[in-house]
Every structure is written in structure tokens, then in C-alpha cells.
Design a protein around this ligand. Structure first.
Ligand code: OAD
Length: 255
């Protein structure tokens, strides 16, 4: 069921009732939830990062080996964008939902840390975090490094430092992926918010939830490959739809 949702719109009563009964929610977010904070998404035609850069030139281990300076500087630019960004009402609504529902798992593909900055706890970061810097040879997280070097070198082994994010062709952090799969398999309602639902294994989580009997809710201004599978496809920006949905649920005395 597709529903054009916004602050003024009413939500399907069946969704409000389901939220009133639910005790366990799982939420998967993508770049779209940070769009209203001014952080570029990846695939939005005009403004997306991939509209202007070829991901194969920047977000792969081969690209880093080929041109570590270019890759380091691209992520340094994204770090400044993220540092200047502020969580938006969509992020804050999810932090509030974590308080309102006894079981609430927040899984994100984003590396911008905005969920935690909005007050969400125990965020499952499937693709890492751009603010965390690690040694590319496996020495772990590095807190202090030369701010002028591009890229700086590991103080322990002198290998290049890199952002602690998952690049194309790299495995996701095993513990995060296991935690995400467990949450998807154990929830009553699964939200897919602000993601094009194209990148696996994250894009498999809604199917895991659906196969476990969960209701599927998508929040996205645009259609995605997941829209046809969703029980409720709420067409609108997350920063408007989520606060309105939370208010409608609380108004019904349900959350
Ligand atoms: P995309 O850029 O692929 O998709 C962003 C989605 O957000 C699109 O479906 C937009 O329609 C939607 N969107 C835009 N503005 C929105 C808003 N205000 N509210 C809600 N939705 C909005 O980003 P992701 O799906 O997150 O992976 O991309 C998944 C992964 O692909 C990323 O984590 C990254 C990329 O390669 C890695 O870097 C490993």
C-alpha cells in the first residue's frame, strides 16, 4: 500500500494499530535520512555523491592503493561535511522511538554518526563510521596522527591510515551484520528508511524480517525495489514523515 505521507496527511489506521500493538521494531536507514541534514546521498541523480564521482575511483581498496591521497582527501572532505551537519527531525524521531518501544534496533548503512548525535543508542553501523580512522594494515583505531599528511601513516607500522568504512568488495563487520540479521529476524515491524535498497547484504534485511512475519514499512520520497514488497510505502521525506508518524501513534495513545 503506497501512502503519500506528510505532516498533514493521515496514516493508514492499520499501521497506527500495528504500531500500537508492537513491542519489537527494527529500523534500517540509508543516506536519505541524512539528506535533510545536508549530507549528500549516493545515488540521487543531481546531488548524489555517485552522480559526480565514480565510486570505483574512490570507495574501493584498489582505488586506495592506486591513489591514497585522492581517496584520503575525498573522505576528509566528507568528514568536514558531516562535522558541519546536524541531526534532523527524522534522526530525533528515531531516538524517541527507541525510548517508546520496549524492543528497538537501529541499523544504519550511514557512516555519518548522526543517529548517535541525535541520542540513539547501540546503533548498528553496518558500513562503519567516517570519523573513525584505522591503520590499513590492521593495527586498529588510531586517535592521533599528522593532520597535514594525506594520508597520514600509522604510528605503529607506518602503513597508510584510512577511514573505518566498508569499501566496495570488502566484507561488512561480522558482529554488526550478525546483530542486524538477528534484529530483522526478531522484529514485528521493520522500517526501511531513506535507502535505495540496492546494496547487499543490507538490502537483504527487509526480506529476512518479512520471512519472519514482520510488517514492512518503507519511508522514501521515491519508489525503490523494496516498495512493491512493503506493506506500507510512505512517500515523503523522513524528516517530515517520521515525526508525524510518531505523533499520530502517540495521539492514538499507542506508543
Ligand atoms: P542512496 O543514495 O543509494 O539512496 C538514498 C535513498 O534515500 C534514495 O532512495 C532516495 O530516494 C532517498 N531519499 C532522499 N532524500 C530522502 C529523505 N529526505 N528522506 C527519506 N529518503 C530520502 O543511499 P543508500 O541507500 O544509503 O555503501 O546507499 C547504500 C549504500 O550504497 C551506502 O551505504 C554506500 C553506497 O555504496 C558503502 O559505501 C559501502
Amino acid at each position: 500500500m503506497t501512502h503519500c505521507a506528510g505532516a498533514a496527511e493521515r496514516f493508514p489506521q492499520a499501521l497506527i494499530d500495528a504500531l500500537g500493538r508492537a513491542r519489537k521494531l527494527a529500523v534500517l536507514t540509508g543516506a536519505g535520512i541524512s539528506a535533510e541534514s545536508g549530507v549528500p546521498t549516493f545515488r540521487d541523480a543531481q546531488t548524489g555523491l555517485w552522480a559526480r564521482y565514480d565510486p570505483q575511483d574512490l570507495a574501493t581498496p584498489e582505488a586506495f592503493r592506486r591513489d591514497p591521497k585522492l581517496v584520503w582527501e575525498w573522505y576528509a572532505w566528507r568528514r568536514t561535511l558531516v562535522a558541519a551537519a546536524r541531526p534532523n527531525p527524522g534522526h530525533f524521531a528515531l531516538a524517541q522511538m527507541q525510548v517508546s518501544f520496549p524492543g528497538f534496533a537501529l541499523i544504519t548503512q550511514n557512516v555519518d554518526g548522526l543517529h548517535a548525535r541525535a541520542g540513539s543508542r547501540d546503533v548498528v553501523e553496518l558500513h562503519g563510521n567516517i570519523a573513525r580512522i584505522v591503520c590499513s594494515a590492521g593495527c586498529g583505531v588510531v586517535e592521533a596522527f599528522d593532520p597535514d599528511a594525506a594520508p597520514p601513516r600509522c604510528p605503529k607500522c607506518a602503513a597508510w591510515l584510512r577511514p573505518d568504512v566498508v569499501w566496495f568488495g570488502e566484507p561488512l563487520p561480522a558482529a554488526a551484520l550478525e546483530s542486524a540479521r538477528r534484529a530483522a529476524a526478531d522484529c514485528e515491524i521493520f522500517f526501511s528508511i531513506g535507502t535505495s535498497a540496492l546494496v547487499y547484504p543490507a538490502a537483504d534485511l527487509p526480506r529476512v524480517a518479512r520471512e519472519a512475519g514482520a510488517l514492512l514499512v518503507e519511508i522514501n520520497p521515491d519508489q525503490t525495489p523494496l516498495s512493491a514488497l512493503a506493506d506500507f510505502a510512505l512517500r515523503g521525506p523522513a524528516g517530515v514523515v517520521l515525526p508525524a508518524l510518531l505523533e499520530a501513534t502517540e495521539r492514538a495513545g499507542k506508543a
